[in-house]
Design a protein around this ligand. Structure first.
Ligand SMILES: C[S@@+](CC[C@H](N)C(=O)[O-])C[C@H]1O[C@@H](n2cnc3c(N)ncnc32)[C@H](O)[C@@H]1O
Length: 221
């Protein structure tokens, strides 16, 4: 196995490249730019509540968790962030990411999110808490007892990991969501739209970040 590598993306932010899968964790056009556009600007911002529960599929580098924590602080919200990850990245790699650098203003927040014990709901500050669950969304042996307002579906691409973009998974996620809940994802592939629709979701295409034409917003209503 070749070790994962840290690579710089076009907006100057870091991501991770997995040689084994020939896949990056974010768009090479800009990791922070992409994550902000999809999950914050076209996801979280649509939830008009002061207290929000997020479920993420694929914790990865923790970048989405970091951006969500910042959003909670900036907007004076209470956000509970539950995230599922099958293959947690090694800490030695995570601390080399630019987000964990002393010169980065988000360093402390990023480190606190990563220092949180797996499985245990952990308060990071008065705006944000995180529960990182080591688990497999294809064979879930964990329970989600919370009603979820928004799902960040951030698995590897359908071309690399087709089995996860599947009706079986989307039907399960549909059950976790509140009646007015939504799911956002970066892939607008035909198979993804169809699997979401057959799982009960209403699906809309939204404009994507640089390098991507469209993203998907799926809702129950
Ligand atoms: C595109 S990356 C996620 C990027 C991440 N959200 C971030 O902010 O860095 C996809 C993630 O899904 C995880 N993953 C792959 N298969 C999974 C599965 N069956 N269940 C849960 N997570 C899985 C990978 O290990 C990887 O961390």
């Amino acid at each position: 196995m070749i070790d994962p590598q840290i690579v710089k993306t076009a907006d100057g932010s870091d991501t991770i490249y997995l040689p084994e899968l020939d896949e990056t964790y974010h768009s090479i056009f800009g990791a922070v730019q992409e994550a902000n556009h999809i999950f914050i600007e076209n996801g979280l911002k649509f939830i008009k509540k002061n207290s929000i529960t997020v479920l993420e599929i694929g914790f990865g580098t923790g970048l989405n968790a970091l951006l969500t924590a910042k959003y909670a602080i900036e907007n004076d919200l209470k956000i509970e962030f539950i995230t599922i990850e099958k293959f947690p990245l090694a800490n030695e790699l995570l601390v080399q990411l630019s987000y964990a650098n002393h010169s980065n203003p988000d360093e402390m927040l990023f480190r606190k999110i990563h220092d949180a014990e797996w499985e245990k709901p952990t308060i990071i500050n008065s705006y944000f808490s995180v529960q990182k669950i080591k688990g497999d969304i294809l064979n879930p042996d964990f329970e989600i007892n919370k009603e979820i307002d928004i799902i960040f579906f951030d698995a590897f691409a359908p071309s690399k990991q087709g089995e996860i973009w599947d009706e079986k998974v989307f039907k399960l996620l549909y059950q976790y969501l509140n009646m007015d809940g939504i799911l956002v994802t970066y892939s607008s592939a035909g198979i993804v739209k169809r699997a979401l629709r057959t799982s009960g979701f209403n699906v809309k295409r939204l404009i994507g970040p640089p390098g991507k034409h469209h993203i998907l917003l799926a809702s129950k209503l």
